[in-house]
Design a protein around this ligand. Structure first.
Ligand code: NIG
Ligand code: FE
Length: 416
């Protein structure tokens, strides 16, 4: 297990073991000339560098510590990417080209492309193919400071392929590079073979899939959208998932304001995601229930859509998280630097709110705020060291990586 002592750092972190809501999101704790001591992968001390010598000797009995002098560098909690579809077969560059030439995301989907084309490729892939592709993506995420990632199934849409995807996600987790949070998304689309028979497919998920994936997945997610899974089908499926013990996530109000956010709040979901077209009632419901509003600005950017109303949500008391939505279709990007730039420039989130959204609130969206998302004793030693001494560099260096070192559970995974 990994012992690490980081000294002379400018430590910047939210604090707490639950999502920060509204006003709280801008509150960060700053320690100049700070130190962090990680023993056996867990943070034991965060504070001033000075008294560290004593603590160091206290823990040092027989234990060896690697030292990092972080003078002139900002140190943040590791980033949490709480919404990805990083496991998939095949790419869709031709579809992207069609969108550049004017086709819409939904029109491509209606013609049997979109999600269904990734389903076809994923059904052909082996577990090893899926893991290899996802690990390639994961290594790039790590270089951008990600220490926890959520990964969804949802490109199988039949029992065998959904099981294969969850097995691939399990293998990624077993590599123990970074924390991987598994989500079952059997209700990502209605598969070709069930076209026009949505409720039969919903019943298949409820009877054949949900009970069998309970161990492999922590969360159950659904694409609640007009023409995909509408409110009544979504309520039925997610109620069944909840009764089996899954935690809930929703793709909600992405294309039209259908009321997915309200449904997520009603069912006590951990998060509602996308929310480009959330209604005022939806904002109120998420704020009241403490359901994390996970915003995915890279997707809005790539689809040329307006951004989610982040300012309205934070001012309305919501806990907002930011994530990449990395997937082969609507948003083939896992860029944390661009997510930060878009949030600050186009969604009018402050730099402090953006940091909270990518750390503590991302952890809360994964049901992990007690272990991840802030630099505090007792939490996992997941740390990002920036190349710079100032958090303002994060959006200012637009779309560029500010990360020097990524540390997960006290282990250095990336160092530039
Ligand atoms: O979150 N909106 C639905 N699902 C994904 C896109 C998946 C795909 O296009 O392959 C999303 O954007
Ligand atoms: Fe998604």
């Amino acid at each position: 297990m990994s012992n690490l002592y980081i000294k002379h750092a400018t430590i910047v972190t939210p604090l707490g073991v639950a999502a920060a809501k509204g006003e709280e999101m801008k509150r960060l704790n700053v320690i100049e000339d700070g130190a962090i001591l990680i023993k056996d992968g867990v943070i034991r001390y965060v504070g001033n560098s000075n008294p560290l010598r004593q603590l160091y000797s206290l823990f040092g009995k027989g234990a060896t510590f690697k030292e990092i002098d972080a003078k002139g560098k900002v140190v943040l909690p590791g980033f949490v990417d709480s919404h990805t579809h990083m496991v998939f077969g095949g790419f869709r560059p031709d579809e992207f080209r069609m969108r550049l030439e004017g086709a819409s995301y939904m029109s491509i989907m209606e013609k049997g492309g979109g999600i269904q084309s990734t389903v076809n490729a994923t059904r052909q892939a082996t577990i090893a193919d899926l893991v290899e592709n996802a690990e390639w993506l994961m290594d790039r995420m790590i270089s951008m400071g990600v220490t926890t990632v959520e990964a969804k199934s949802g490109y199988g849409l039949d029992y065998t392929t959904e099981a294969k995807m969850l097995a691939a996600i399990g293998r990624l987790a077993a590599k123990k590079k970074i924390e991987v949070v598994p989500t079952f998304l059997g209700a990502h689309a209605v598969p070709e073979e069930y076209k026009g028979r949505t409720s039969e497919y919903v019943d298949l998920i409820i009877t054949e899939m949900l009970p069998k994936f309970r161990k492999a997945a922590k969360f159950c997610d659904i694409f609640t959208e007009k023409g995909v899974f509408e409110i009544e089908d979504s309520r039925k499926l997610m109620k069944a998932a909840k009764s089996l013990g899954y935690k809930l996530k929703f793709h909600a109000d992405e294309i039209v304001p259908l009321g997915g956010a309200e449904l997520a709040a009603e069912l006590g979901a951990v998060s509602a995601d996308h929310l480009l077209h959330i209604s005022d009632e939806g904002i109120k419901a998420l704020a009241e229930k403490g359901t994390v509003a996970t915003l995915l600005p890279l997707t809005a950017f790539a689809l040329k859509e307006n951004y989610a109303p982040a300012r309205k949500m934070i001012d309305g008391g919501c806990a907002v998280a930011l994530a990449t939505d990395l997937n082969p279709g609507s948003c083939f990007s896992g860029s944390i630097p661009l997510t930060i730039a878009l949030a600050c420039i186009y969604m009018n989130m402050s730099i402090e709110e953006t940091i909270t959204a990518l750390t503590l609130n991302g952890a809360a969206a994964c049901g992990l705020a007690d272990k991840k998302g802030s630099l505090q004793p007792g939490k996992d030693g997941d740390v990002v060291i920036l190349d710079f001494d100032n958090i303002n560099m994060l959006p200012y260096y637009v779309g560029m990586n500010c990360v020097k070192t990524t540390i997960a559970k006290g282990k250095i995974l990336f160092d530039s």
